[in-house]
Design a protein around this ligand. Structure first.
Ligand code: PEP
Ligand code: MN
Length: 279
């Protein structure tokens, strides 16, 4: 069964446009299917201390990149909206102190240019996957972009969103599956474990997994992360917090630092059984 009707639509993201997988070099790190990339951090940057504590813990555990939202897309306007530029400063300071790469979500065209001075990777969240002006704006930049799958998006819509960025001249796109809504499990999103397998037949772009946003609890995050690794995803983005019950956003699925260490160890064991390297 084909999940895409016309693969020739993907002029730049399709495998026919490029014989080799896209490799993304970010400082001393290489994103490729031969190495595994772990991105971890809080849903939202809440304080300088929080970011330093997390950066210390994740670098010790072997993660390569720290995340933290400074501008948060929240369902309710009454929920915490993020620390804005201060959040980006804390993220940058913590990342450079522990020699980690950093990523944060960009929500608007106006933010895109100034954010490149704070982070190594821009995240486009699921709610903005089809914000075409934003896709065009990051397409004109060279900074790597992690493009989450929209909450109800098909593979075609997702790849064509990536196509906008490549068409603008930026080849550094990472796709990230984060769970989609379907009627059977509504309103909880369901992580699409088949996404890597199916998309790899169509695109040369790297495909990461975010096991956090489709999970109902912390145990599920760990199980989905392991399933994602085994099913071929070559990077994981996971939300953690020093005191998850007090997290200002996404408390229910944020892992404790102890759980994160356990997860990394379990993933490393799985990696040893595969042919990938932990770099
Ligand atoms: C996030 O990463 O915190 C986030 C809001 O993700 P998504 O766009 O996948 O919901
Ligand atoms: Mn989140």
């Amino acid at each position: 069964m084909s999940t895409i009707n016309d693969p020739t639509e993907f002029r730049l993201t399709g495998i026919s446009s490029r014989q080799k997988e896209t490799l993304i070099y970010i400082r001393n790190h290489l994103i490729s299917s031969k190495s595994f990339t772990m991105i971890a951090g809080p849903c939202a940057v809440e304080s300088r201390e929080q970011m330093f504590e997390i950066a210390n813990a994740i670098s010790e555990a072997g993660a390569q990149c720290i995340r933290g939202g400074a501008f948060k897309p929240r369902t309710s306007p009454y929920s915490f909206q993020g620390l804005g530029v201060d959040g980006l400063k804390y993220l940058k300071e913590a990342a450079s102190r522990y020699n980690l790469l950093s990523i944060s979500e960009v929500m608007s065209v106006e933010q895109a240019d100034s954010m490149k001075d704070f982070v190594d990777i821009l995240q486009i969240g699921s709610r903005n996957m089809q914000n075409f002006n934003l896709l065009k704006a990051v397409g004109k930049m060279s900074i790597p972009v992690l493009l989450k799958r929209g909450i109800v998006s098909t593979y075609r819509e997702w790849l064509l969103a990536a196509e906008y960025i490549l068409l603008g001249g930026n080849p550094n796109v990472i796709l990230c599956e984060r769970g989609i809504r379907n009627s059977a499990c509504f309103p909880q999103p369901v992580f699409d474990v088949t996404a890597h397998h199916r998309l790899k037949k169509i695109t040369h772009l790297p495909i990461f997994a975010d096991p956090s946003h489709a999970s109902t609890d912390r145990e599920e995050v760990i199980n989905i992360a392991k399933a994602a690794l085994v099913s071929g995803f070559t990077g994981i983005l996971v939300e953690i917090h020093p005191d998850p019950d007090k997290a200002l956003s996404d408390a229910h699925h944020s892992l404790t630092i102890k759980q994160f260490r356990q997860l990394i160890n379990e993933l490393k064991t799985l990696i040893e059984l595969s042919k990938m390297e932990w770099k």
